[in-house]
Design a binder for this molecule. Structure first.
Ligand SMILES: *Cc1c(COP(=O)(O)O)cnc(C)c1O
Length: 223
């Protein structure tokens, strides 16, 4: 159950060279493991399940920056709004509107990333180019006061073929750069996990989400 410190330090070193941020993905892992990494200086942690995140947030140090990286349902935004640092998986305009509404209620500006579907598998969430354009246009037109779109997030295909992964990340980067030209807040490109973060960094990732390399494999029942 212990954290892999050697991996942690070597990942941090690589990220420093690229000026990229590590989100340590702690889903399914106990609070002790998170604290162990926290005591090494890590502050950004990512979780996929709202209930699990709420429990951990209560019990762990209050200066942790919590990233929600799972698929968020509109009716759960209200639970995260009081404390969440960044919501990575926003994949519809209606969800953006709900996040803005909860931001207003909590008097906080909520940071989000829009998730694009870049993988071959159909099971992964996210928007295509057209849906992304609609969401961004809606965001700009409504001048949402309490939500800030910081950039894009995506997950590459689950494959051993590095060229496929590279192409998918490259595609996401190009979409990111396209919007970055006209939206000043665009400065985060969240891509790369344990198996593909090196490729993601080469392709311009500014934020990687890494779980198993740090915390060990999760049990298969709840990935
Ligand atoms: C679980 C998860 C990760 C981390 O996966 P690892 O392969 O364990 O590094 C990253 N991003 C998302 C969206 C996840 O659900």
């Amino acid at each position: 159950m212990a954290v892999n410190k050697e991996n942690y330090f070597s990942i941090c070193e690589k990220l420093k060279q690229k000026n990229a941020t590590l989100v340590a993905v702690s889903k399914t892992k106990p609070a002790e493991d998170i604290l162990e990494l926290y005591n090494l200086g890590q502050r950004d942690f990512g979780e996929n399940y709202v209930q699990e995140l709420l429990e951990k947030q209560k019990e762990l140090p209050q200066d942790i920056r919590w990233h929600f990286i799972g698929h968020l349902q509109s009716n759960k935004v209200k639970y995260l709004a009081p404390f969440v640092h960044l919501i990575h998986g926003v994949d519809s305009f209606s969800l953006l509107k709900e996040i803005n509404k909860q931001g207003v209620k909590n008097n906080r500006q909520l940071g989000v990333l829009l998730q694009m579907h870049i993988a071959r598998e159909e099971t992964k969430f996210g928007m295509n180019e057209e849906e992304l354009e609609q969401a961004i246009n809606g965001y700009l037109e409504e001048k949402m006061s309490h939500v800030v779109v910081y950039g894009l997030m995506g997950m590459a295909s689950f494959t051993g073929d590095k060229e496929i992964i590279r192409r998918e990340f490259d595609y996401l980067k190009n979409c990111f750069l396209f919007y970055k030209k006209s939206i000043p807040s665009f400065n985060i490109l969240s891509m790369g996990m344990s198996s593909d973060y090196s490729i993601a960094l080469e392709e311009g990732s500014t934020m990687v989400r890494i779980g198993s390399l740090l915390f060990g494999q999760r049990n298969a029942a709840r990935q």
